[in-house]
Design a protein around this ligand. Structure first.
Ligand SMILES: N[C@@H](CCC(=O)N[C@@H](CS)C(=O)NCC(=O)O)C(=O)O
Length: 202
């Protein structure tokens, strides 16, 4: 049985979303998004930095949300949620899949740290403003790519599970302005998916 080490409001939601889209059975170890759980000796044995998600599958234990998504699709996905290697959409699929952790999540992390996680007296307004600028630059090409498309490569794919989840987070942080109308409606489409709703409400 696939066992996911999970905390609410985290990237672990991507993996639940994937399980739900694929109709897979899974078990959850639901932890608090708090150092008492994430930095415990028990969890640090699973992830040296005490982070989520971590997936156990028999003798396999793996972390990094993108790697977990690829692992689950390769072993249990039956070819779903990704274009074939020789399909024209394949390169763009890879691009948006990796743009998520490579370009969009770093400024989101900084925004979270300097607007939510740190106590107010340790937040740095300049660091926050710089991350907000970086994020607005990073999401603009995604808005352009979504022109006339329902999802990132046309049909729904695992690239939407990665990047769509980040854009949902960016929007929730108030970082997607109304002018980016393609992104705004994309986030609404993501939110309307029952599998996403299951993941986000855990
Ligand atoms: N690149 C990693 C990032 C993992 C990560 O930073 N997860 C966050 C939650 S979204 C976490 O566990 N934070 C807890 C902490 O930093 O203490 C991935 O995609 O899995």
């Amino acid at each position: 049985m696939l066992k996911l080490h999970f905390a609410p409001n985290s990237r672990a939601g991507r993996i639940v979303w994937l399980f739900e889209e694929l109709g897979l059975e899974y078990e959850l170890n639901k932890m608090a998004f708090h150092p008492k759980d994430l930095k415990s000796d028990e969890h640090r044995k699973r992830h040296p930095l005490g982070r989520v998600p971590v997936l156990d599958d028999g003798d396999v234990s793996i972390y990094e949300s993108g790697a977990i998504v690829e692992y689950v699709m390769a072993r249990y996905g039956d070819g779903g949620l990704k274009p074939a290697v020789d399909a024209p959409e394949f390169p763009e699929y890879l691009q948006w899949f990796h743009y998520c952790e490579g370009m969009v999540m770093p400024p989101i992390n900084t925004i979270m740290v300097h607007s939510v996680l740190l106590p107010p007296d340790r937040r740095n307004p300049e660091t926050l403003a710089q991350a907000q600028r970086l994020l607005s630059r990073a999401v603009a090409p995604v808005d352009a790519a979504l022109e006339g498309r329902e999802y990132l490569i046309g049909g729904f794919s695992a690239a939407d599970i990665m990047l769509g989840h980040s854009l949902f987070m960016a929007n929730r942080l108030g970082q997607v302005p109304d002018e980016l109308a393609n992104l705004k409606s994309y986030v609404k489409r993501i939110e309307a998916r029952p599998a996403f709703q299951t993941a986000i409400n855990l």
